[in-house]
Design a protein around this ligand. Structure first.
Ligand SMILES: Nc1ncnc2c1ncn2[C@@H]1O[C@H](COP(=O)(O)OP(=O)(O)OP(=O)(O)O)[C@@H](O)[C@H]1O
Ligand SMILES: O=C(O)c1ccc[n+]([C@@H]2O[C@H](COP(=O)([O-])O)[C@@H](O)[C@H]2O)c1
Length: 203
């Protein structure tokens, strides 16, 4: 399934997100797309400064990066990149994909994101260049309908993943209210949130 790749070329998935915190919805989505699109690897790229989330405080990049490393460590197909964090400034996916293309000349890139985020892609920076850099895969999340809001059909696919009604916002709210996030996020991430006192009003 998905775009044809020339023989010998790697198929590299790129899962961009703020990951504040990373949760099982992200992991299931990456795993399902990797299987359906025959990806060789999925690299998770935590945002540096997510400029469209400037209305709320985002946890320190190092905490979001470390939670992403903890969550993906056991899967040999998953890796984590610091490029968006180390570049500094607001995170634009054109920069992410340009840098990854230069680092992986012999690979086709598949950018994985929520179908809801993909519906907003025309508000991202340099949209036209984006579609020349990667194939875009929008994964469904419960409550969001699959639709192609005028995007180039040959550069965009939508994939249904097993429904997981988990969001980072809900995880943060649960921790703030003293409710458990066990089994919504990986065990190591629960312990990291606790150790660093993230998302607590007194944290
Ligand atoms: N349960 C889920 N199933 C499928 N995709 C998801 C799910 N949760 C998040 N995503 C997608 O993963 C990408 C990165 O997500 P992000 O880090 O912003 O998490 P989030 O749960 O959407 O966060 P928040 O609730 O803070 O907005 C986004 O494109 C988002 O749409
Ligand atoms: O390039 C942009 O202008 C742009 C605007 C909004 C979001 N993105 C990317 O979309 C991905 C999901 O974003 P978010 O904010 O839902 O975590 C993440 O990799 C962001 O860097 C990119």
């Amino acid at each position: 399934m998905g775009e044809q790749t020339e023989p010998g070329k790697r198929r590299l998935g790129v899962m961009g997100g703020t990951f504040d915190p990373i949760h099982h919805g992200h992991l299931v989505a990456a795993s399902e797309v990797a299987a359906q699109f025959h990806l060789d690897e999925v690299v998770f790229v935590p945002t540096g400064q997510p400029w469209q989330k400037s209305h709320r405080a985002v946890s320190p990049a190092e905490d979001r990066y470390l939670m992403t490393v903890i969550a993906t460590a056991s899967n040999p197909q998953f890796s984590v990149s610091r490029i968006d964090i180390d570049r500094g400034g607001p995170t634009y996916t054109t920069d992410t994909l340009r840098e990854l293309r230069n680092l992986n000349e012999n690979a086709d890139l598949f950018f994985i994101t929520g179908a809801d985020a993909l519906a907003q892609i025309l508000t991202w920076r340099d949209t036209e260049e984006l579609f020349s850099l990667a194939h875009f895969i929008g994964v469904t999340r419960p409550g969001h309908i699959l639709a192609n809001p005028g995007l180039p059909e040959d550069r965009v696919s939508f994939v249904e993943v097993p429904a997981l009604a988990i969001s980072s916002s809900d995880c943060r709210a649960r921790v703030a209210q003293g409710e458990p996030v066990w089994y919504l996020v990986p065990d190591g991430v629960v312990r990291y949130i606790d150790k660093r006192k993230l998302y607590r009003h007194d944290g």
